[in-house]
Design a protein. Structure first.
Length: 201
């Protein structure tokens, strides 16, 4: 298999990007980028660290991030599985990328920047819900924001209303497979909904 091993060879295959692809980039929250991001309840957070890369879905029942100022966003770290992959990476290497999605829109807003982790009491208190606060908050400094071409979501029919999840293995089944039946199974799946509801925030 032939390997493409130079930027020049890559660019020779694809050509130069069009002017709109370059001119749409902002280094702060503009009014329209702000409106889009504050509508998003779901994003994918990507980080990098000594052990490799990590991509983590982040969601909330309102905006998934909060604006601190036009160049900084805050994201609460709500309860998860305590692997802490993204958080470990941020401590080791602050580079982050986020993809913000809104149901029904085939466009994605991409953000690249740097992040720090804080347990600042005042900032944590801003996110309090149902008497609970996030353990930490990710503070993101915006490097660049831009729109992603809609073709990927259009090709996938992402919001066309189809449900293709019926034949997928459950998390309990996957866990049972990975632990030779010591964890997971039908009981894990059956209890998951109630367990998650109690620890959503």
């Amino acid at each position: 298999m032939k390997r493409i091993d130079s930027i020049a060879a890559l660019e020779a295959l694809y050509g130069a990007p069009g002017a709109p692809a370059l001119r749409k980039v902002a280094n702060r929250l503009t009014p329209l980028y702000r409106k889009w991001i504050m509508t998003s309840k779901l994003c994918v957070l990507s980080t990098v660290g000594p052990g490799g890369t990590d991509g983590s879905p982040r969601g909330d029942d309102g905006p998934v991030v909060t604006e601190l100022d036009e160049r900084h966003l805050a994201m609460p770290d709500w309860l998860g599985n305590n692997r802490l992959d993204s958080l470990r990476n941020i401590i080791e290497d602050g580079r982050v990328s986020l993809m913000f999605l809104v149901p029904g829109s085939n466009n994605v807003i991409r953000l690249n920047g740097t992040a720090i982790l804080t347990d600042d009491p005042d900032l944590r208190a801003r996110f309090e819900k149902k008497g609970r606060q996030p353990t930490t908050v990710i503070v993101i400094k915006i490097g660049e924001i831009y729109t992603q071409c809609a073709r990927a979501l259009m090709r996938a029919g992402t919001w066309s209303g189809q449900n293709e999840s019926g034949d997928l293995p459950t998390v309990g089944e996957i866990l049972a497979e990975m632990t030779s039946g010591e964890e997971g199974g039908a009981a894990y799946d059956g209890d998951w909904g109630a367990r998650a509801k109690k620890t959503m925030w």
